[in-house]
Every structure is written in C-alpha cells, then in structure tokens.
Design a protein around this ligand. Sequence first.
Ligand code: ZN
Length: 155
Amino acid sequence: MEENKILGEENASPRKMRYTADELEYFRAVILEKREEIIQQLQNLRDRMMDPTTGEYINENSPYSLHMAEQGTDAMEREKTFLYAQREGKFLGYLDEALKRIDAGTYGLCIECIDEPQNLCDTCPLIPRERLLAVPHSQHCLPVKLKQEKKKKTY
Ligand SMILES: [Zn+2]
C-alpha cells in the first residue's frame, strides 16, 4: 500500500508523492486544533446572537432587536455576524474534508500538479509544509493558487 512512486528521468531524485504517516498525523493535530478554535468561535457568535433575557436567537420579530434597531447599526452588525458565522461554518467543512484526505493518505497533494507536475515548488506535487500549516485545507500549491486568482480576479 505504501508505495513510493518514482517519476521520471533517470537522474531525477525520487519524487515524494505523499506525506509520511508521521507527517500526516502532525497535520491532523494541527487541523483538529484549528477546528476546535472555530467551533469555539461559532459558539461565541451564537451566544452573541441570542437575546440574553429570553434565551432565544434574535430575529426581526424580537422586541429586543426592534429596540436595538433604533440605534441603526444593529441590523448591520447582525448581518455581519451572520456572514462571519457562515464563513466560519464553511471553513469548518473544509477542515473536515482535509481530515478525510488525511485518512485517505492523499492530504497535501496539489490537485493541479498531481497529474502534470508543474514544478513550481521544490516539493511538487506535494504542497509545501509551510503552506499547509498556514492554510491547512489548501489543495493547491501557492503558485497555482495565485495563477487561478489572477484568472478569476475575485477573492
Ligand atoms: Zn502545484
């Protein structure tokens, strides 16, 4: 199962096609920690969106929110909080998917470089460790990601 494929030319050094089990476990720990952090943040956001007097989530119809709306910024604040919570929730999903890739042993591979190594990184097709630690759910090496971003121009 643990087969290290060696790509290519006679004199090329063996290409590492996956992170070792130890490395994967290290990444797993990093991701789990990040995950805990986000779950905690989401809990805090949820608390913030709750009416302290009734214990119910604040919505358009709650008297508390109407009162707050007189100050004008409340709706906007709430909107921002919701959007933030949404983004964090999405991020949580990305981390869960990353954990699945760790189980599958495919974690850390750049999905653009796996079939056709572009050799934009020393570790190609593996995403360099530093990038994975900074963005644990990334599936592209940074050069590829930047190219894509230039293409679509947004986010
Ligand atoms: Zn790549």
